[in-house]
Design a protein around this ligand. Structure first.
Ligand SMILES: [Zn+2]
Length: 162
């Protein structure tokens, strides 16, 4: 019959895991939570701590990422509002500043989304921003067929993931 882990079954097991990860000594933790040092060692050796802490860390990461995305969206909306207002009053300077900000936002978002996606390369390569850059690039190279062919070949290889 498998021995159940008294630390995992402890009502304060999350606090115990946190203390272990923080590097607190087994002796102190054992005294504080009224468990044996032996049980703490067994709990650690069985890999129970890491599994729980990794789960918690991943949850924190996802929450943080969602926060960042929400903030980016808010900044995006603000910049778009500024752009609309600037155009309404024909303030070209302000409009250009807003466009510049939105452009940088798109760059940053593409990077962040790339980090969030499991397959970042694929994600970036199908992004409308990339497709626009790609066609502008090839269009600009039209007068130089050799260079165009070389760039096009590299892009195709890149997009095929080679
Ligand atoms: Zn355990």
């Amino acid at each position: 019959m498998p021995r159940t882990c008294t630390v995992c079954g402890h009502e304060d097991h999350l606090a115990i895991d946190k203390s272990l990860v923080a590097g607190e000594s087994n002796r102190r933790i054992a005294a504080r939570f009224n468990v044996t040092e032996q049980a703490l060692r067994r709990h650690q050796m069985a890999g129970h701590v890491s599994a729980a802490m990794v789960r918690a860390a991943v949850e924190t990461d996802v929450r943080h990422a969602l926060d960042v995305v929400a903030q980016l969206k808010a900044i995006n909306e603000a910049a778009l509002t500024v752009l609309r207002d600037a155009r309404a009053v024909h303030d070209g300077d302000l409009a250009l500043k807003a466009i510049d900000r939105i452009y940088r936002q798109i760059e940053l978002q593409a990077k962040l989304l790339g980090e969030l996606d499991d397959r970042p390369t694929l994600n970036v390569l199908v992004a409308p921003e990339w497709l626009a850059v790609r066609s502008a690039l090839l269009e600009a190279l039209a007068p130089y067929p050799d260079a165009r062919a070389a760039v096009s070949g590299r892009l195709v290889a890149l997009e095929a993931g080679t």
